[in-house]
Design a protein around this ligand. Sequence first.
Ligand code: UDP
Length: 263
Amino acid sequence: MTRRQKVYEGKAKILYRGQAPGTLVQYFKDDTTAFNRKKFDVIEGKGVINNFISSHIMQKLGDIGIPTHFIKRMNMREQLIHETQMIPLEVVVRNIAAGSLCKRLGLEEGKPLPRPLIEYYYKNDDLDDPLVSDEHILIFEWANTFELNAMITMALRINDFLSGLMAGVSLKLVDFKIEFGRLHGPDEDDVQIILADEISPDSCRLWDAITNEVLDKDRFRRDMGQVKESYQEVARRLGVLPDGVVLGRMDPVISPDEEPETP
Ligand code: UDP
């Protein structure tokens, strides 16, 4: 086995260079952080669950015509993706008031918004990812008008689709964060904006539709316990985890046609 080259290591994922040009391997770690790494824990098996959930969602979004970086799930913790030039923004879509929106504006958590609210945060750990406006994005050239419009259109379509997908398994999609990248074609001006990163309970707020039980990363942020069990419940409802995977230690199971897990 040749050792793959690590391209980047973030809080919850590692990127390795893929075998084919223009591809990367996205490895999902069990590391769990909040508040810009001030809170940290290792939740055994979380990376496996998020790999399965995010693969499922990316596949479905691809099926409805949203361009994504996802190519295929390779094994328990890894997926093959297109390499993109990341746009340094977190795009948050909110349906129900929660989290930082409530803190910032003094709103009551759980209040449905009259229509989806899109917010942008500039990705910069040293600055704690500040909230920015579309004007900041254009003036500082983090994205151009065409790219911003593409991100808005896709964010709203993703929200519509995901809200329905979650409602179908009795979950409320309260809010979520997505990130986009530029996929460069053969010509210099051939650039497509595609959905990148991940969509999982690490990056969404998901509440049970009947009881409002929290089934996402807020369980970790707020020390509510049962973090892994809640992620597992989301995966179970979506029908994405093969039987027997989630009990006990989640050692990788690699079928013969899958690339070996790294490291
Ligand atoms: N979010 C995320 N990564 C971040 C910040 C937020 O995935 O670095 C997600 C978060 O899980 C929630 C949504 O974006 O689903 C909105 O988060 P919010 O702005 O309320 O911030 P938080 O309360 O997480 O600090």
